[in-house]
Structure formats: C-alpha cells, structure tokens
Design a protein around this ligand. Structure first.
Ligand code: 5AD
Ligand code: SF4
Length: 465
C-alpha cells in the first residue's frame, strides 16, 4: 500500500511492560498514531490484539522475566500474522534497543523494531513498512534530545499527568541494564518542560509527576552557548509556581543525588506531595559498594531522617534487590534491619536477575535462586505487616485527596489519592456533595484495606479545585 492511501482509520493495539517511562512512551506513541492532524492516516485504539491492524509491544528488559514475556506474547501473535499478513507487528522500547536486528532474525514475522530513542519516528517508520520497502530496525542513539522528540504533549486523561524531564541514565549500577537500553542521560530544556506543564494545566491537569530514570541529576544543556545554573531543585520551584497545578510528584530519585536543598523543599513548598520513592537496593554497605550505588547505609538513613524531620508523615517507598551476587545471610539481615528502621509505606522488592552485558552478571558468586526466593518471601512478608501498620495509623485522620474519577469497582463511588499516595474510595453521587474529578477535598479516613482506604467527607468539604 502506498503512503498516500493510509487514510482509513485502522486499529492499533499496544501492550506496555515496565516502568513509568515506558507507560509515558506508549502514551506518546498513541498520541502520534491517533492524531489525524499530523500526517497521513489516523489509528483508533483497540483493546483486542486479534482484530488490530497494528500490534505494538512496548518492552522492558530490566529483569529476564519481563523480557521472556515479550517472546511468549510474540508467539501468541504469530497465527494472527499467518491469517492476516497485512497486520503489522512491532517491538518497541528496551528489548528492541538491546536486541536490534537480532530480534528481526529471531522472529521472522516481526515487521518493526523501534528502540527507546526513535519512538517519535513511529509514523514515518510505519509508512516505510507499509510502502513495502522492508522490515525496519530503528535503534540509533543520540547525545541530544531531537527537536521533535517531545513535541507530542502527554495525553490528558483525568487530572493527573506524567511529564518526562530527562531520558537515559549514566549511573551504570552493576546489576542494571537501563544505561544500555536508554542511553546517556540527557535533560530537556526547562522552558520546554514548563511550557508543557502550563499547557497541561490549561487542559485541567492538577497533579504533575516529573519522570526520568534519575530526576535528581537533572542538568539541562546550554542554550545559545549559555550554561544555565539550573538543577532539579530550581526546576521543581518553577514547576510548583505554575498556576492550576496543585500537586507535584517526581520519580525516580537516586539517594546519592538527593541534596539537602531538595529535601528542604519538602518543608517549604506546599504543592510537593508528602511522599518520596527513594530506592535503596540493599541495607549492606558491602553490597552497596559492589552495586556501585555511591552511598552508604548511614548516608542513606541520614537523608531519610532529614526527610521525616522536614515533612512529618512523609510516605516513603523503595526498591530492594535480594540475592545480588555474594549476598550473605548477614547482608540480608542488614537489609531487614534497614526496613525495620525506615518503616517504608511501600516496597518494591525483586530477586536479582543477571542481565547480559552488566558487570554483576560476570561476578562469580551468584546466589542460589532458591535461597534468594526464600529471602524475598521473608522480606515481603515483613513489609506487608509494616505497610498494614502504616495504613492503619491513618484511620481517623483527615487527609487531602485529589479526586480522580469513578471508582473501578463501583460506579456510584469516587476514587482519588492522598498526598501520601494512597488510594481512597468514597461516596460519589447522592452523597450531598458536588465533587468532580480534579477537585482537592478533605476526607476523614474510616476504613483501611490492604490496597486502599475508605473515606467520608469532612464537613469542610472542598479545599480547592
Ligand atoms: N535484577 C533485579 N532487579 C533489578 N532492578 C534493576 N535491575 C535489576 C536486576 N538485574 C530493580 C532495581 C530498580 C528497579 C526498577 O528494578 O531495584 O530500582
Ligand atoms: Fe539502573 Fe542505577 Fe540508573 Fe537506576 S540509577 S536506572 S538502577 S543504572
């Protein structure tokens, strides 16, 4: 088919794995494909891969399990391609970046491989495939952000939006594949970020989450030969000053780059949410060193204590890897001691997965997977208790909630999130209160469940909208 003929709305199915960067990439790819004003053709989104004309898998390779899922899904889509050869199947994201041409060789019915830095070219790449030229691999890397890389604004779907402020990572932690799949750290210009946030605010967005693999080391390029004295704290101050934005979050922070200046902002800037995700990875100094994390347990805890001091009640969350090469029972006990000391609200814990090309994959003291599984079980069991205790402590308290919309389980109920990032369900229509998505209200927390809270209206009702 020729490019000029791509005008009937075709159906696109997208499946996304992995982190918030990937979700945001998928949103931007969908924005490009579903907007008919931007070149030929426009797709409509479908939730059914078996009736789609274009199947996109936006992939993650941070652990082997995530990568294997992609291959098994591709196997499921093989009969679709046999039955309807015009269907286009594409692998996007981290596995695409890492495997490149090898992926086309391995999967003969695959049409496109589009890496993490070429997603904004999706339309042009699709046209090449449709023109019958050939199967396409686009995995070129760049040290600057392309002019059109972020021109498609983040999709607005409710009062919350994610805004990428940088891409890539330069930390090369010994276990991590991200620096290889997402390339070098490059920041967007602050003017572009602020313009995007103003645009989002004008479209009803009230909560903005700034995203990047390592947001604390935000450092925009020099413009017009002038290097601005801009760091993450300065950017954050500009973001909270945007009218209409009532709550600001950011993820992911690296403990070594979490400065005292940044921590102080939690105390002075009301709009910064009362929560922080600060991945520690291990409670053992020996392992932190082997991982190449750049901080000690003492330094990490110093920052945690400061955060708790400037923002009492701050909800902390973290990532932990168990079974990192060489991890002893003693190392694991240190990690358990750390979670007792910090008392995270929420913890994401993973069994170490060796990733090809990373330093740790070559360490010769790999831990028995059965031992790692046992440790993971012990850690997760204890964390479930701590999380439950932390939630229980919210019962009877008044919390500020951003209303997001109807609750998934019950259309008569509304749902929202507290500043400390907990889901709250509460009475919707018929409650006597006229509340709409985007409103900031105060709720009295009456019940606590494993994954959510239940609230009722405080007589003070609406806080701001
Ligand atoms: N094995 C297990 N977990 C990993 N992570 C990153 N790389 C690996 C790996 N090879 C975890 C880290 C990181 C989170 C996003 O994924 O905890 O913070
Ligand atoms: Fe991976 Fe470390 Fe970069 Fe995080 S900071 S993305 S764990 S290399």
């Amino acid at each position: 088919m020729k490019s000029t003929e791509i005008s009937v709305p075709e159906r696109v199915y997208i499946e996304t794995f992995g982190c918030q960067m990937n979700s945001n990439d998928s949103d931007r790819v969908l924005s490009i494909l579903t907007s008919s004003c931007n070149g030929p053709g426009g797709y409509v989104k479908t939730g059914d891969p078996f009736s789609a004309d274009l199947i996109l898998l936006n992939t993650c390779s941070v652990r082997d399990k995530a990568e294997q899922k992609v291959y098994s899904l591709l196997g499921r889509f093989k009969p679709v391609k046999i039955e309807r050869p015009s269907v286009i199947i594409a692998v996007l994201g981290c596995v695409a970046q890492q495997q490149g041409l090898k992926l086309l060789k391995r999967i003969p019915y695959l049409d496109m491989v589009v890496g993490t830095q070429n997603l904004h070219r999706i339309r042009e790449l699709l046209i090449a495939v449709k023109n019958g030229s050939e199967r396409v691999v686009a995995v070129e890397e760049s040290l600057t952000i392309g002019e059109d890389e972020y021109t498609v604004p983040t999709k607005v779907d409710g009062p919350k939006a994610f805004v990428p402020i940088m891409r890539g990572c330069d930390n090369f932690c010994a276990y991590c594949i991200v620096p290889y799949t997402r390339g070098r750290e490059v920041s967007r210009a602050a003017v572009d970020i602020i313009a995007e946030i103003k645009e989002l605010a004008s479209r009803g967005v009230k909560e903005v989450t700034l995203i990047g693999q390592n947001v604390n080391s935000y450092a925009p390029p020099a413009t017009g030969g002038v290097k601005l004295n801009e760091n993450f704290s300065a950017l954050l101050k500009e973001v909270v000053a945007v009218d209409g934005v009532n709550r600001v979050r950011f993820v992911t922070s690296h403990p070594k780059d979490t400065s005292e200046e940044l921590i102080a902002l939690f105390g002075t800037e009301r709009k910064i949410a009362t929560s922080l995700h600060l991945p520690v990875q291990s409670g053992s100094n020996r392992l932190l060193k082997l991982m190449g994390r750049g901080y000690t347990v003492k330094e990490y805890l110093g920052k945690i204590d400061l955060l708790k001091e400037v923002k009492p009640g701050i909800a902390l969350s973290s990532d932990i890897i168990v079974g990192f090469p060489g991890e002893t029972d003693e190392d694991f006990s240190s990690t358990m001691a750390l979670i007792e000391r910090v008392r995270y609200d929420n913890l994401f814990s993973f069994k170490y997965s060796p990733r090809p090309g990373t330093r740790a994959a070559l360490f010769d003291s790999q831990v028995d997977p059965a031992v790692a599984s046992k440790r993971l079980q012990i850690l997760q069991k204890r964390q479930r208790q701590i999380s439950a205790e932390k939630s229980e402590a919210l019962k009877g308290r008044y919390l500020e909630v951003l209303v997001e919309g109807a609750s998934k389980g019950d259309k008569n109920e509304l749902t929202g999130r507290t500043a400390c990032n907990k889901v709250v369900n509460f009475p919707g229509s018929g409650s006597g209160f006229n509340v709409v998505p985007g409103d900031m209200i105060e709720l009295l927390i009456t019940d606590v469940y494993p994954n959510s809270l239940r609230g009722v209206y405080n007589e003070r009702g609406l806080l701001c909208s």
